[in-house]
Design a protein around this ligand. Structure first.
Ligand code: F6P
Length: 364
């Protein structure tokens, strides 16, 4: 039997288990391959002793319905910039890709399937350049990976955010309040845009369209003057005011200090209150709830098909590719192309036009 190693890296996302199940079942059907999981991204492979788990069809039965990842994940353990603590307390980032390649060979692995977002696929590309036979599978709730129309997890995040939005509408309405709901998405406004349209928000603020606080205040005043005494706003965590900055806090959890976005809804509330906004304002940060729980049917299907496609690429020996969903087809694109640029909302995107046509303001 030939062996595939599968790893899930970066933040978790509904649908990861469905990819694993699709891959394992397709491998089983082929009769020639078996699949092993590396625990916590590549850490399971790199650690001594290794922490690998054989993924039999029995082990993956029914897991497509479960959120998270049965082989766990981490954003600490990038094999090409591995954080190694130094004696003086500093952290040095070390490229361990040759060691990883050697370990794969020693353990007789013929292929690697790396399921992850843009960071993980950059790792895939680097490993491929180092001679590792790797296939990437794109995952992220943010839907910001280029070269694929959708990533699994996104539709689930939008559904969760929309369900929460619907609940916030009834409480905003009852109290004549403004409720600002903050959603994830990093530097892309896809979750916010979809949720705002699905929920029927009055204002949607996204990173790609910096907002004017004056315009938002005007829109609020106009709506309250009309007697519609409540308002629901969706704001993406990466949104920022014109001439302003994103809001977040520095985290050190991935080896190097980086900004974790979050809290822009409270800055907006503060600014509106400072400008004399009369209605009461409340804020809700949805946070990781958007990544939890069972994937919606669309994501289960997308993820299953991506797992199967990943196996097909392995069986055909087409390494250095990332599985992609384009125009209703499961295809593949070179990893090199896939990681070139992230996909963000363009101001002329048809959903932006749709939103504007129904009176949704972007605060611009
Ligand atoms: O990329 C997915 C995502 O959920 C982003 O939307 C968010 O900014 C980030 O991950 C949060 O990361 P962490 O899991 O490290 O808190």
């Amino acid at each position: 039997m030939k062996k595939i190693l599968v790893a899930t890296g970066g933040g978790d996302c509904p649908g990861l288990n469905a990819v694993i199940r699709g891959l394992v079942k397709a491998a089983k059907t082929s009769g020639d391959w078996e699949v092993w999981g590396s625990k916590e991204a590549f850490n399971g492979l790199m650690s001594t002793p290794t922490d690998l788990v054989k993924l039999t069809p029995k082990r993956v039965a029914g897991i497509h319905v479960r959120g998270g990842t049965i082989i766990k994940t981490t954003n600490k353990g990038n094999p090409i910039a591995y954080p190694v603590p130094q004696e003086d307390g500093s952290v040095e980032l070390v490229d361990r890709s040759q060691e990883l390649k050697q370990k794969l060979e020693d353990l007789n692995f013929s292929a690697v399937v790396n399921i992850g977002g843009d960071g993980s696929q950059r790792i895939s590309q680097h490993l491929f350049e180092q001679g590792v036979p790797v296939i990437g599978v794109p995952k992220t709730i943010d839907n910001d990976l280029g070269s694929t129309d959708y990533t699994f997890g996104f539709s689930t995040a939008v559904q969760i955010a929309t369900d929460c939005f619907d609940k916030l509408v009834t409480t905003a309405e009852s109290h004549h309040r403004i409720i600002i709901m903050e959603v994830m998405g990093r530097d892309a406004g896809w979750i916010a845009l979809h949720t705002a349209i699905a929920g029927g928000a009055e204002i949607c603020l996204i990173p790609e369209i910096p907002y004017s606080i004056e315009k938002i205040k005007k829109k609020i005043d106009k709506r309250y003057k009309k007697g519609k005494g409540f308002m629901n706003i969706v704001i993406a965590e990466g949104a920022k005011p014109l001439d302003g900055e994103v809001v977040g806090s520095v985290a050190h959890d991935a080896g190097d200090p980086h900004l974790k976005l979050g809290g822009i809804c409270n800055s907006l509330r503060f600014e509106l209150e400072r400008m004399g906004c009369q209605p009461q304002i409340r804020t809700t940060v949805l946070g990781h709830i958007q990544r939890g729980g069972t994937p919606v049917a669309f994501d289960r299907i997308l993820a299953t098909a991506m797992g199967v496609k990943a196996f097909e690429l392995v069986a055909a020996g087409e390494f250095g590719e990332m599985v992609s969903y384009q125009n209703n087809k499961f295809v593949s694109v070179p990893l090199k192309e896939a990681v070139k640029a992230n996909k963000v909302v363009t101001p002329d995107h048809e959903l932006v036009r749709t939103a504007r046509a129904i009176g949704l303001s972007f605060g611009d």
